[in-house]
Design a protein around this ligand. Structure first.
Ligand code: NIG
Ligand code: FE
Length: 432
């Protein structure tokens, strides 16, 4: 698997050690396990040693001739960023709706009049596998340039078998072909298709009796997500959809309390969801229930920003004990971005989180939100060598100096794939 890599002398190496078993909560979200003058030894795609440069030089000094040395002097080294909530596989864009919203139309009005999710569904339906693959592959390149090494990807721009299948197959192929790991979620319950408008329960039956069992049987998704929202799926319909997924081995996730308070956070706790996402309008009762059950709150302040809504109360959730993660929600309607570092900045400025907390939220807690806490999200011996190096000398500056892509180097599965901010052309970006 190529030669070993020796990342040397980071001004700050954020390890997040000791966080693999469960997501971090409360004060522990600030315990980054920073090593100054830190170094990492990587072999066969795996992290083999972590410590000060002095300690690692003592251990490996004799092998310097056989390794690729990555000089991290004056730089910040963190676990590769993890994005636990994206709608990665879609066709087209919706800047026309952005323009309409700037003139007063609301997101739900646009959706209810046949645009929004329905517009992207039409585009995605008519796109070929190849077109969808190409557009999404380019998005993954952009994610990588921003320091992201794993993304979750939802279906949901089909809401019928053929197109849902196409999205999940494309996600699978992306996972195989691109260096970024793509973790698939089935989200057939993304909107009520027009033809079921008068009888949404019939669509719920279709999801429960046909689509969920087929997706599970083909092994095309790990999670099952639902848009629980006024005018979309009710809490009762959402519960049935999530329970059906669980019976077929799909872990529950939920778009909860995004536009209106709807007891989505409470439902997430009740069904034992791994995460509840959005939570702009979550109740205190719901937050407490999530904290008690250890449901990760995946917060998406980019969506609030783009929809010109008030962000979720991240500060309060952390203080209550909810394990908080951050994500782009990358999608063409409510958050067309791949910049997780910008989302982290919004976490600070719009949700009262500290620079330390947002790093935890975009690494180890994000990994736990997609059931990957034992493999990625921290820099510890035995974990996958997914590491991002930023061109700032301390972790506070990553948020302080905002709107700039500070990503310098990315190591993915033990290979350097971004250097000096550029994707390495000599790599085909393929996994093998
Ligand atoms: O997470 N809320 C539902 N789904 C996405 C938006 C999808 C779209 O507008 O295309 C979200 O915000
Ligand atoms: Fe979403």
């Amino acid at each position: 698997m190529g030669h070993p890599i020796f990342i040397r002398n980071a001004s700050q190496l954020v390890t997040l050690q000791g966080s693999s078993q469960a997501p971090l909560v409360k004060e522990a979200m600030s315990e980054l396990g920073v090593i100054e003058n830190g170094s990492v030894w990587i072999e066969n795609g795996v992290i083999c040693a972590v410590g000060t440069d002095e300690a690692l030089f003592e251990k490996y000094g004799e092998r310097l001739g056989e390794v690729e040395i990555v000089d991290a002097g004056g730089k910040l080294v963190t676990p590769g960023l993890v994005d636990p909530h994206t709608h990665l596989v879609f066709a087209g864009s919706r800047e026309n709706e952005f323009n309409m919203r700037l003139q007063g139309a609301t997101y739900m009005e646009i959706m209810n009049s046949g645009g929004g999710i329905h517009a992207t569904t039409r585009r995605t339906k008519s796109a070929s596998h190849e077109e969808l693959f190409k557009e999404s592959f380019e998005r993954l390149n952009q994610f990588l340039r921003h320091g992201v090494t794993t993304v979750e990807a939802k279906s949901g721009y089909g809401m019928e078998w053929e197109t849902e299948l196409k999205q999940l197959e494309v996600a699978k192929l992306l996972n195989e072909k691109h260096v970024i790991d793509v973790v698939p979620t089935f989200m057939g319950a993304h909107a009520i298709p027009k033809e079921y408008k008068e009888n949404p329960d019939q669509f719920v039956e279709l999801l429960i009796n046909e689509l969920i069992p087929k997706v599970a049987e083909l092994g095309l998704a790990e999670f099952n997500d639902v848009f629980c929202e006024h005018g979309v799926f009710t809490p009762e319909q959402s519960r049935r959809i999530l329970e059906a997924g669980k019976r077929h081995g799909l872990i529950a996730k939920i778009h909860a309390d995004e536009i209106e308070p709807y007891e989505g956070a409470e439902l997430a706790a009740e069904v034992g969801a791994i995460s509840a996402d959005h939570l702009l309008r979550a109740s205190e009762k719901g937050m407490k229930a999530m904290a008690e059950k250890g449901v990760v709150g995946v917060l998406l302040p980019g969506t609030a920003y783009f929809l010109m809504a008030e962000s979720a109360n991240g500060r309060k959730m952390i203080d209550i004990g909810v394990p908080v993660a951050l994500s782009t929600d990358c999608n063409p309607g409510s958050s067309p971005t791949v910049s997780l570092p910008f989302i982290m900045n919004l976490g600070c400025l719009k949700m009262g989180m500290t620079p330390a907390e947002v790093i935890t939220a975009a690494t180890i807690n994000a990994a736990h939100a997609i059931n990957r806490g034992q493999e990625i999200g921290s820099i510890e011996v035995g974990k996958k060598a997914d590491i991002t190096i930023f061109n700032v000398d301390n972790y506070m500056k990553l948020q302080y100096s905002y709107g700039v892509n500070h990503t310098h180097t990315v190591v993915k599965s033990g290979k350097v794939v971004v250097r000096g901010g550029q994707l390495l052309e000599e790599l085909s970006l393929s996994k093998n």
